[in-house]
Unconditional design. Structure first.
Lengths: 113, 113
């Protein structure tokens, strides 16, 4: 089937620590992949995306690489800040012409000063 | 600036009531979406609209209907609210391409008593 699996949280880190949030997907084709972020009290906003294999999406110091061979799109950041505390959602589109999304369950990141 | 607004941030209703959740976007987007967000389940698509008066069921449409009479407005209707519909409801809009970003509203937290 089509699904997205991401690591469960919460993830608690100290400021300036390295962050990895794992995400894997299942798909019959080659979907586009997304990371969305939800800050407290807000709706989701796009963090980064990649539309084909080996693409790297990046934004605000976050990166993720579309790995077709491992069907993964892990989110990384070299040095997190307190302001990065949020819920992070990995997603893939359904494929074809639509941009309907399938979301993972979300990972809560808490960064402590 | 891109903007998606939802009619209420918080809503409390009684079992059996008819509930309307309104979403308005000012970006002239073709696509609009309604999701519900529940802890441990992530976001799940309820309904999707790709044009005025056009709609498509998502993954969990049971108990819900939608209306899109104008391009900028997409309404979610709970015909007879039940306690298991207590949730956070998120609206989003986007351009129509499969890689296009979805823009989210701040959400409506609905409690059904």
């Amino acid at each position: 089937g089509n699904s997205v699996t991401q690591m469960e949280g919460p993830v608690t880190l100290s400021e300036e620590a390295f962050l990895t949030i794992n995400c894997t997907y299942t798909a019959t084709g080659y979907p586009s992949l997304f990371w969305y972020v939800q800050y407290p009290g807000e709706g989701l906003q796009l963090l980064l995306k990649a539309t084909k294999a080996d693409d790297k999406g990046s934004n605000k110091g976050f990166e993720a690489t579309y790995r077709k061979e491992t069907t993964s799109f892990h989110l990384e950041k070299g040095s997190v800040q307190v302001s990065d505390s949020a819920v992070y959602f990995c997603a893939r589109n359904y494929g074809g012409a639509t941009n309907k999304l399938i979301f993972g369950t979300g990972t809560l990141l808490a960064v402590q000063p | 600036d891109v903007k998606v607004t939802q009619s209420s941030r918080y809503l409390v209703k009684r079992t059996g009531e008819k509930v309307f959740l309104e979403c308005v976007q000012d970006m002239d987007h073709e696509n609009m979406f309604w999701y519900r967000q529940d802890p441990g389940l992530g976001l799940r698509l309820i309904y999707f609209s790709y044009d005025v008066k056009m709609k498509e069921k998502g993954d969990i449409p049971e108990g819900y209907s939608v209306s899109r009479e104008k391009k900028e407005r997409f309404s979610l209707i709970l015909e007879s609210a039940s306690t298991n519909q207590t949730s956070m409801y998120l609206c989003a809009s986007s351009l129509p391409l499969s890689t296009d970003t979805q823009y989210f509203g701040p959400g409506t937290r609905l409690t059904v008593l």
